[in-house]
Ligand binder design. Structure first.
Ligand SMILES: [Zn+2]
Length: 256
């Protein structure tokens, strides 16, 4: 009896992070959530990856609306430095649907079409950028070849002299790996991207292509190789061209 009582107390003590009158996470709640849940979330991710996050990444929260090149859909910043370290800033404005996907009813899940964002999902997505970076850092350390578009040491050079198609391809791959993991961990409501047939379709729907079509593009490959080994292969190959994004077979055939 006593044990049962204690157990319910612990359950109660862990109870919900604060929500506002629209039942959405509050700014203070988002700050708390990220501070208290980050270690647990990192552990869950490591279990999924069957690998460790070695980069000591600082994770903070802030209103990111005034940040460099901020776009309406951005929910966080993953800042990569040319020495191979990283920082994550999660947006703490009150525009998340819930803290995590379990925080909403099935009916609501069914009705969610546009905004599909949870604090935990954003956190895992950003941590996957850190993991992707870690794979590049380790490959460089081991003297392995890394295609220049993925090399953190070239970040400035790529921003100054972008080859748009290759830069897009590299972003498509990295975002796709992050989104694949978020989906496999069932942290997001799956979304079907529009079918693209031409380069113009890609450019016009670049967000859907980068964040949703990329999952379909990568899934068979990552399912069979695993995320860690999959990233190792992807980063030693030049990113997909627009044509290869439209025709995955052509891309996968040339991988070394
Ligand atoms: Zn991202």
């Amino acid at each position: 009896m006593f044990a049962f009582f204690l157990f319910s107390f612990v359950q109660f003590a862990q109870k919900p992070y604060p929500v506002n009158k629209n039942n959405k996470p509050t700014r203070a709640g988002i700050d708390l959530y990220v501070a208290y849940e980050k270690e647990k979330t990192i552990k869950e991710l490591q279990e999924f990856l069957n690998d460790s996050l070695l980069i000591d990444v600082e994770i903070t929260t802030d209103d990111i609306s005034e940040y460099y090149k901020n776009e309406e859909l951005d929910m966080a910043y993953h800042i990569t430095y040319s020495d191979g370290s990283a920082e994550i800033v999660i947006d703490n404005r009150e525009r998340y649907v819930a803290y995590d996907i379990n925080g909403i009813t099935n009916l609501k899940k069914f009705n969610l079409t546009t905004s599909n964002q949870f604090v935990k999902t954003v956190l895992v997505h950003e941590l996957m950028h850190t993991y992707f970076l870690q794979k590049v850092v380790i490959a460089k350390y081991l003297g392995a070849y890394v295609s220049k578009e993925y090399d953190y040491r070239n970040i400035m050079a790529i921003q100054i002299f972008p080859n748009y198609e290759k830069a897009f391809g590299a972003e498509f791959i990295e975002e796709g790996v992050c989104q694949y993991v978020v989906n496999e961990m069932k942290l997001e409501i799956p979304k079907v991207p529009p079918k693209s047939k031409t380069v113009n379709d890609i450019l016009e729907n670049s967000n859907e292509i980068k964040y949703y079509y990329s999952i379909q593009f990568l899934k068979p490959f990552l399912d069979s190789l695993g995320v860690g080994e999959g990233i190792n292969v992807l980063i030693r190959n030049s990113p997909p061209s627009y044509n290869e994004i439209l025709n995955p077979n052509i891309f996968y055939k040339r991988l070394l």
